[in-house]
Each structure stands twice: as structure tokens, then as C-alpha cells.
Write a protein of this length. Structure first.
Lengths: 499, 449
């Protein structure tokens, strides 16, 4: 079981939190205040071909104070961890609340939350920062060497590791310490397409970002996958270009997670639905007046939100407002039934309690309503296999791995590509295709969901870098997804589009 | 304690290269005619880079006390001792290589920086309520001073200050939407009332709605839309990607430098001294990449032309790659200027027989790096122009286009102006003109408003 980071524990936590709470209590008109202390450890490694291209470690540390004064927000953050800087930040946050209060037409009210005083540490067996650099680089070079010996002309192996430690205290009496660990190792192999463009075609490993320590890197069969990747890439270079048109798609969890992320998870953020992101990340077609009636997709759709999934990138003990982690339904039998909330949204939405979706990516930023793990549940009646899904298709495509993605600001029109595309003929895979993208409109696409894979096909995928908010913030998030069959989805030929 | 102290303390503790950044920012955000969030942030950060036996360690942290610099230097040295030699190792630059005039430090941005905004924004929100419109937006001021020191004696400093405002105005029924944005060194110089007027005028254009199918259209891209495309073009302008055959700049016998890849009217450059868009005039690299090498820290960044009258100029190239592959050394520039002394947007509209006027682009992602094919969407303002005037608002579209192709099919370049990329915001300072492009490829209709 990991322990809280020693350098984080060496920060004068009691002194800083005490200075914050003391200064907050002196602010006239204070309704609420919280103080977050962050210390992160971040490491980037990049081995290009057999050479170490880049190695960088970052140790951001700082605090943020957030106040509600006479019903108005004020936030200030500082990277200097001294009581003087804390007191100055409280003053500045109060000043900001007073200065900008004339621009606010509605008082900030927060849904209640029991007061928690706990420590929570995400399980991680091997602290990535305890693994010697030589071991990491040497392993990455060995995998790169395997890729190059197998026929790759280029290889890039990148790892990112993060340990995130936080203290949260509030004027309501909360005192929470927590720590999360995550790693994302991934390689990309490249070969020149000499028969075609003359330029480089690539393929990525199937490894994924996870809420685990370095044990994930050690357990993953990168060496075994390296030769397969190069063979698949060589096959892809010889593959025919796709004939565009409506086609049945069987989509692997390694691709479908991103479609869930963009079209469902972002579409069910309540702050978007209320217009908070209208100037930047966008809004959503899933508006609050349609809860209980909006048909998001097929009756097979059961989508949950949670901050509890083991190894989930959005899993926490408590969110950045001190709300305990929960699990809830977002879409049931294809109908919108719930949203992602923070305490302010929960109050506006007349909920008794937030479901714990507040997150700030740094001490410097105010917590926003951010995405929990949003997962499409598998077929619970029968453990339908991938082969059974493929058997349902006479003429279609099986899509593996994510690549390019884009969706409009109301979460309707999207386009995705992938790492590999296999032609399906009469229920059997018949080799790869190239230049495939699928394009659809969210409710149409999910309405075409014809079958779900069972629990054995369900996989937790995700990303470190989900963006939202002004100033821009990034958040790590996971999505559990089964394989699934969709009927008659528009397929484009990207090569033709580019001409 | 300031950035200078941090640099000297980090070098004294054994680092080979030290970079200090003193940053501050203040922001506020509003939606539905009411403030939603705000914030101020202040930080002094340090990057300690150790070079030992050709190997590199790089450690960055936020500084509370100078002792933090010692720890950063020690960690960097320990990392360098464990690392294999760097492929891009190169002799470090000396004092003679530093840019001539270090810029003075930027003044801090704090809560007070937002004060000039309060009354004008209150007036805008009141007007929106009166006009039965909904106003959403964001204002931010950022100030950063960066200082660099090397054990060779090189010292350099530079700063970057930017104030940005972006505003989306929608009709009450949310069926009409318009976006406007502006950038200036001082937030007080941005005319909020003028921005609101522009957005409101566009909503008036949208009283008439026209549904058009996907297809190829002549378009006039407003400066923000142009900015988003040229930004992505320049991100691909690195010599290594072209040498390795990974980007659309790769040709059969080397990078496509010297080729006329774009319309003659197209020129692109960067200039750290550009008036009102100043950026540090030297390389700061905390890690090596295809753009710059950690060994090039301190390399002077001169005004640089990337595209000259439609002809591709040499690509970004660090010293080691330049030495090994026979290219000129070309450090990246931190701002992007697309020259344009053509007509104002209004005059371009007046001279148009039929085209779509596109305000901004959104969610732009690479589909195929070898052709630089991008996908993305139009957002908050597509208008039909016929016989010299705007005749209505058009539905949004998804596009599949290459910025290389767009700039090759550019028919007219208007007057350049400071603008902001819709997706990247004020993080990159850009000046761009409206441009007229033929056969812009819209692949499907988007229902989003």
C-alpha cells in the first residue's frame, strides 16, 4: 500500500491550512471558503528509435483558496507555500469577489455535503518515481530495438507518470488528504509507404493510460506486441482503401471509449447544459428539461458515472469540493436520466447532494464541474463475445484503437478514425482496410446500436488530457466500454477527402 | 526573490542551465449575462537542467524559497548521471550569443488588472439583458517574465504580456449565435462595447436562416478562422518531420523548401519584436523536441520568414539536426504573423458575388499527417454573402481540409489584425487577415448552434 508522498507531507500543511482558515474567518460577509494544497510529481520520457530524446521531471507545488463572499466567488492561487502568501491570496480572493460582484446576478449557493476528515490513497504497487531511470530507459530502448529489428523504420516510445497529492480543508470543517498515481506508456512504430504516398504510416501499441503505478508497464507485454505491431503495420500498408458509404461497424472498446467520451460524457455535463461553457468548450443538445424523456440512443444503452472504478483515471476518494465518490446512472434504457454535478450545479438542479464531479487540474485553477469515469455497461443478460458480434455482420468494418477525433460544440456531429480497420464479410474478418473515418450525429449513432458485447469484452480505456474551461484545464478520465455493433453508419474515405 | 535570484541560485547549486519564469494572471468568466468564475494566480518557477558527460537531466518546480533551486539542481544532476548521452548534444552557447537587449520584467497581473473591465462589462451585460440576448465570455490578462542563465555566462531575459477577451452572444431561444474575440497588451484597450455591437450585428444578420448542404464553397475566413489554420500549418514546419517523411513537407528528395506551395498572396513570419506582440527573443527549451534542443538554450530568435509570397522557406531546425542534415539553423518563433495589406473584411464582402463568411473554427484535429488533412467545424457564425451583402445565417458544417490546400487555393488576402485562435486562445500571439478561399470542403452539416 503506498504512503502519502514524503515531500508533500514535509510541507507545513497545518500552518498553511491554519493561516488560510484564520484569514478566511476575518473576511466580512464570508459564506464559504476552502483551501487546496497540491504537490504533484510528473515525469515525461521519450525514447526515439534507440536514443533518449527527452526526459523531464516536474514538481508543481502550490495552493488555491476559494471563497464565497456575499454570494460571490473569489479565487486566488500561489506557488509560494508560505503563510504570508496564503494570507495575501485570501485577501486577493476577497478583493476579486467584491470587485466583480456587480457582474453577478445570482448568488452562489452550494448543495450540502457531510463533513469528511479522511485520508484516501489510490492503490499503486510500484511508485513510478522509485523505479531507477536506467531501468525505465533501458526497457524503452529494448522495446524500440524490437520494433526496429522487426522492420519498423521509426519508433517513438513515450511514458508519462504522475503522482498527485492534495490536502483539502474548508470552513465547513472538512480535512481530506489524498493521493492518486497514473501512468501512460505508449509506443508508435512507423514505416514508409513506398508504394503509396512515400510518407510514413504509423501504428500505436494497444497499451492504455491507467490509474496504476509502474507495475502496469512491467506487466504489459510490450515486447510481444512489438513484432505484432510491425506485422500489422506492414499489412496496413498493403491494404485497400475503403469504399465509402453506410456500413455496419463493430467497434472495439479501444476505439469506442473515445466516442463515449465525446458524444455521451461531455454531452451530459450539467455546466455545459446550463451554458457555462458556451463561449469555449460548448453546450449540449441534452438539456435539463429533457431529463427522463430524451432518447439518447438504443434501449441497450446503460451509461453510468462514477468516481469509484478501480484503476479509473477519474477515481478519487473525494472530489475537489470535499464530496465523497459515488456511482450513478446517466442514461438508462437509452433515456437521459442524470447529469454530472458539482455542489453549485447540484443546488441549481435542486438535488440534495452533488455527485462529486468537481476537479481542478492545478493549484492555480478553480475547480470546475469535470467528467467522472463515464462508462457504457456491457450486456448483462449474456456474455456476448466479439466473435458473436462479428457473426451478426454480413458486410462491414471492425475498428480497433483511437486516432483522430472531433465533435461539434453541441455534441451532435462527430468524426472518428482509428488505428486499424478490418473488413468483415459474412461474419468473418477479411484483412485490413485503409483511410477509414466514421461520421455521425450523436442520437442517430447511438440509435443504431444493435448489440453489446458482454462483460468479457468490457475494458477500461481513457486519457490524461481531457480539456475544458477557461483558463484551459486538463483532466484524466476513464471510460469502461464493451465491444458493440452499430448498423449502417456513414463511413468516409479520408484519402478522397484530402484530395 | 525574483527570477534573476532563481537563475543564479540554480546555477550556483550545480545546474548547467537555469530557466526562471515569473508568471501572473487574472481572469473572469461569464455566462447567461452573469459572472460565473474568476481567479488570480502567481508563480515563480524554476527549471534546472544538468548536462553531465553529454547526458541531460531536467527538473522543474514552483519556488517558495531559494533552497528549492538547490533541490532542483541536485535532482537534475542525479537524473543526468543516470541518463544515456543525448543524441542532440552540442556545445553550449556563450555570452556573445545572447540576444542584444534583454527586455524589462513584466508588471504583475492581479485582481486590479480586471478593474478596467468591470464597468464596460457591466454595461455590456445590461445591454444584453435589455436586448433580450444572452452573453457568455471570458477575459484574461497574463504577464510572464522569463530569465535564462548558463554556466558559460550567457544571460537572457524576455517577457510576454497579453490581454484577451472572447464573447459569444446568443438569442434567447439559443437559435442564433455569434462569437467575437480580441487581444491587446492591455485589457483596458479592448473595446467591449464595440465587440458586443459586432456580435449583435451578426445576430441581426441571422434573422434570416438559410439551410445549405455540404459541398465545396467559396469562403471568406475571418481572421480567427485563418489563425487556426495557419497555426496548425506552422506546427508542422519542422525539418526533422520532413526529413523523416512524416509530414506533408516531405518531398521525394528532401523537404519541400523553396517550392511554391501556396498562393502568391500568402506570407507568414514570426518576429519577437513585433509591435504589441513581443515575445522572448531567445530559445527556452526545458526538453528537446523536433522544434528545439535543450542544448540551444539562449540561441537568439531573429525575425523569421516561414512563407514568402507563397514560397516555403526553411523549416524549424535545432542546431544538432541542422549540422547532421545540412539545414540552416531556424529556432521557432513564439508569435505568428500573416501579412496582409489587402481590403478590410467589409470591402471583401462588398466585392463578393457568392460565398460563405466563416467566423471561427472549432475542434480541429489531424486526420492524415502526410497530407496535413484536418477535420473540424464551423462555429458561432456562418453567413451567406450574395451580391456584395450578407443575406442570412447558414447552418454549421464539418470540414475536411488541409491548411496547405487552403492557402494554395487562397484568392485574396485582406488586412491583417491581431486575433485569437478559437481553440488555443491567447496562448499564442497571432496577427492574421481575412482570406478568400475557393472550393473549401465541407463534408457534412452540423446541427449545432
Amino acid at each position: 500500500m503506498p504512503e502519502l508522498d514524503a515531500d508533500f507531507m514535509r510541507l507545513p500543511q497545518a500552518e498553511l491550512a491554519g493561516a488560510a482558515l484564520d484569514a478566511m474567518r476575518r473576511v466580512p460577509g464570508l459564506d464559504y471558503g476552502d483551501f487546496r494544497l497540491h504537490r504533484d510529481r510528473i515525469e515525461y520520457l521519450h525514447v526515439k528509435e534507440r536514443e533518449l530524446e527527452a526526459h523531464q521531471q516536474l514538481h508543481p507545488v502550490g495552493f488555491g483558496v476559494r471563497l464565497v463572499v456575499d454570494g460571490a466567488w473569489g479565487f486566488a492561487g500561489n506557488g509560494a507555500c508560505t503563510p504570508e502568501a496564503v494570507r495575501q491570496a485570501v485577501r486577493e480572493a476577497a478583493e476579486l469577489a467584491a470587485l466583480l460582484r456587480p457582474l453577478q446576478s445570482e448568488r452562489v449557493e452550494l448543495a450540502p455535503e457531510p463533513c469528511h476528515r479522511q485520508t484516501w490513497i489510490a492503490p499503486a504497487l510500484v511508485d513510478p518515481f522509485e523505479v531507477p531511470l536506467e531501468e525505465k530507459v533501458s526497457f524503452m530502448q529494448t522495446v524500440s530495438d524490437r520494433l526496429l529489428r522487426a522492420g519498423a523504420e521509426f519508433s517513438d516510445f513515450m511514458t508519462e507518470a504522475v503522482v498527485e497529492s492534495r490536502l483539502f480543508v474548508s470552513t465547513e470543517g472538512a480535512e481530506i488528504r489524498q493521493q492518486r498515481t497514473r501512468v501512460h506508456p505508449v509506443y508508435q512504430a512507423g514505416i514508409r509507404d513506398r508504394a503509396g504516398s512515400g510518407l510514413v504510416e504509423t501504428m500505436r501499441s494497444d497499451s492504455r493510460p491507467v490509474g496504476q503505478g509502474w507495475e502496469y508497464v512491467r506487466a504489459y507485454d510490450f515486447l510481444g506486441e512489438a513484432e505484432r505491431s510491425v506485422a500489422l503495420l506492414q499489412e496496413k500498408l498493403r491494404a485497400p482503401s475503403v469504399d465509402p458509404g453506410p456500413l455496419d461497424l463493430v467497434i472495439d472498446p479501444s476505439n469506442l471509449w473515445l466516442t463515449v467520451h465525446e458524444s455521451v460524457a461531455h454531452g451530459t455535463e450539467l455546466d455545459r447544459a446550463l451554458g457555462y461553457e458556451a463561449n469555449f468548450a460548448g453546450t449540449t443538445f441534452a438539456t435539463p428539461d429533457q431529463v427522463g424523456s430524451l432518447r439518447y440512443g438504443s434501449e441497450l444503452m446503460h451509461v453510468t458515472g462514477d468516481r469509484l472504478e478501480p484503476q479509473g483515471l477519474a477515481s478519487v476518494g473525494f472530489d475537489d469540493e470535499g464530496v465523497a465518490a459515488q456511482r450513478w446512472d446517466i442514461i438508462r434504457a437509452g433515456i437521459l436520466v442524470g447529469y454530472q454535478l458539482n455542489r453549485q450545479m447540484a443546488h441549481r438542479f435542486q438535488q440534495a447532494r452533488s455527485n462529486g464531479c468537481a476537479f481542478a487540474d492545478s493549484w492555480a485553477h478553480v475547480p470546475l464541474q469535470r467528467m467522472p469515469n463515464v462508462s457504457l455497461q456491457p450486456n448483462v443478460d449474456e456474455d456476448v463475445s466479439l466473435e458473436q458480434l462479428l457473426a451478426e455482420v454480413r458486410h462491414g468494418i471492425y475498428i480497433v484503437g483511437d486516432k483522430s477525433w472531433s465533435i461539434d460544440q453541441q455534441r451532435y456531429n462527430f468524426q472518428f478514425t482509428g488505428q486499424r480497420f478490418y473488413r468483415i464479410e459474412n461474419g468473418r474478418l477479411q484483412g485490413q482496410l485503409r483511410d477509414v473515418a466514421y461520421q455521425s450525429r450523436t442520437p442517430d449513432f447511438w440509435g443504431r446500436l444493435a448489440a453489446l458485447g458482454g462483460r468479457s469484452t468490457w475494458r477500461l480505456q481513457g486519457a490524461f488530457n481531457c480539456g475544458k474551461g477557461q483558463p484551459d484545464q486538463v483532466a484524466p478520465v476513464s471510460h469502461g466500454v464493451p465491444a458493440a455493433l452499430f448498423r449502417q453508419v456513414t463511413v468516409l474515405n479520408t484519402h478522397q477527402q484530402g484530395r | 526573490m525574483d527570477g534573476h535570484d532563481v537563475v543564479e541560485a540554480t546555477l550556483a547549486a550545480g545546474a548547467t542551465i537555469a530557466i526562471a519564469a515569473t508568471t501572473s494572471a487574472a481572469n473572469c468568466r461569464w455566462a447567461n449575462n452573469s459572472l460565473t468564475t474568476n481567479g488570480v494566480e502567481r508563480a515563480l518557477s524554476c527549471t534546472a537542467i544538468a548536462v553531465e558527460g553529454g547526458a541531460v537531466g531536467s527538473e522543474g518546480l514552483d519556488v517558495t524559497a531559494l533552497d528549492d533551486c538547490r533541490r532542483a539542481a541536485e535532482w537534475a544532476r542525479a537524473a543526468a548521471r543516470q541518463a544515456p548521452p543525448a543524441a542532440d548534444a552540442f556545445a553550449l552557447l556563450g555570452p556573445a550569443d545572447a540576444p542584444a537587449h534583454p527586455a524589462p520584467a513584466a508588471g504583475p497581473a492581479g485582481a486590479e488588472s480586471l478593474r478596467p473591465l468591470v464597468d464596460p462589462l457591466a454595461a455590456v451585460l445590461e445591454r444584453a439583458r435589455r436586448d433580450e440576448l444572452c452573453c457568455f465570455g471570458y477575459a484574461e490578462v497574463q504577464a510572464a517574465t522569463e530569465q535564462l542563465g548558463l554556466t558559460t555566462g550567457l544571460r537572457a531575459g524576455g517577457r510576454r504580456v497579453a490581454g484577451t477577451v472572447s464573447m459569444t452572444v446568443k438569442s434567447k431561444d439559443l437559435r442564433r449565435s455569434a462569437w467575437v474575440g480580441a487581444v491587446a497588451a492591455d485589457l483596458g484597450r479592448i473595446d467591449l462595447a464595440g465587440l458586443y455591437d459586432r456580435a449583435a450585428a451578426r445576430l441581426a444578420w441571422a434573422q434570416r436562416q438559410v439551410e445549405l448542404p455540404a459541398g465545396r464553397y467559396q469562403v471568406i475566413l475571418e481572421p480567427s478562422a485563418t489563425a487556426d489554420l495557419i497555426l496548425r500549418l506552422v506546427w508542422e514546419m519542422h525539418a526533422r518531420g520532413a526529413d523523416e517523411g512524416k509530414t506533408a513537407f516531405a518531398g521525394p528528395i528532401g523537404p519541400r523548401v523553396g517550392e511554391r506551395l501556396y498562393a502568391r498572396e500568402v506570407s507568414l513570419r514570426g518576429d519577437p519584436g513585433a509591435d504589441g506582440m513581443e515575445t522572448p527573443a531567445f530559445v527556452r527549451a526545458t526538453a528537446s523536441s523536433e522544434y528545439s534542443s535543450i542544448f540551444d538554450n539562449g540561441l537568439a530568435v531573429a525575425p523569421t520568414t516561414w512563407v514568402d509570397a507563397g514560397v516555403q522557406q526553411p523549416l524549424m531546425c535545432p542546431r544538432a539536426w541542422a549540422r547532421d542534415h545540412g539545414h540552416p539553423v531556424r529556432p521557432p518563433t513564439d508569435n505568428l504573423l500573416m501579412d496582409g495589406d489587402g481590403p478590410e473584411l467589409a470591402a471583401m464582402i462588398e466585392s463578393t458575388e457568392r460565398a460563405l463568411l466563416v467566423t471561427s473554427l472549432w475542434y480541429i484535429r489531424e486526420v492524415d499527417p502526410t497530407t496535413m488533412l484536418l477535420t473540424g467545424l464551423t462555429r458561432d457564425g456562418v453567413f451567406l454573402v450574395e451580391h456584395g451583402e450578407v443575406v442570412g445565417a447558414v447552418n454549421n458544417f464539418r470540414f475536411n481540409e488541409s491548411p496547405m490546400g487552403v492557402l494554395a487555393r487562397t484568392l485574396e488576402v485582406g488586412r491583417g489584425e491581431p486575433t485569437i485562435s478559437r481553440e488555443v486562445g491567447g496562448d499564442v500571439l497571432i496577427s492574421a487577415p481575412p482570406i478568400r478561399v475557393q472550393d473549401f470542403c465541407f463534408s457534412s452539416v452540423s446541427d449545432a448552434v
